[in-house]
Design a protein around this ligand. Structure first.
Ligand code: 5GP
Length: 113
């Protein structure tokens, strides 16, 4: 098993609730739901953060982000959606495999004010 949690998820060694998958990316629900439907999109290859991510993979990730955004809109009917991407410990990154959070928003009292 990889020492990277998200590599282990891609490999199927750690279970996850899959939303979408293609050749380059994998999307799944965050284990700690900030709001209902909180999802993560990751490249299948290990890259620590935005600074390490090749442009071609950035493109693949954001194509998947848009697909997953549509899927979340369909499934949960949120009023809005935040994209969040933390790069580096100082920026709040805790898993050092590039990922984009998709956080559906329902109203101004759903956790962020
Ligand atoms: P970061 O703080 O690095 O931007 O976000 C990492 C996210 O990964 C957190 O929201 C955390 O809940 C999520 N996470 C950490 N470990 C796991 C796991 O094993 N499974 C899933 N589905 N999410 C995880």
């Amino acid at each position: 098993m990889s020492s990277c949690i998200f590599c282990s998820i891609v490999a199927g060694d750690i279970p996850s609730k899959k939303i979408y998958e293609d050749e380059h990316t994998y999307a799944f629900f965050d284990i700690s739901q900030v709001t209902k439907g909180h999802a993560l999109v990751i490249p299948k290859h290990h890259h620590e953060n935005l600074f390490d991510l090749p442009e071609s993979e950035l493109t693949s990730v954001y194509q998947s982000v848009q697909k997953v955004a549509h899927a979340l809109k369909e499934a949960f009917s949120p009023a809005g959606l935040n994209l969040v991407n933390n790069n580096g410990q100082a920026a709040g990154q805790t898993v050092f495999h590039y990922h984009v959070h998709l956080i559906p928003r329902y109203d101004v009292t759903d956790g962020f004010g």
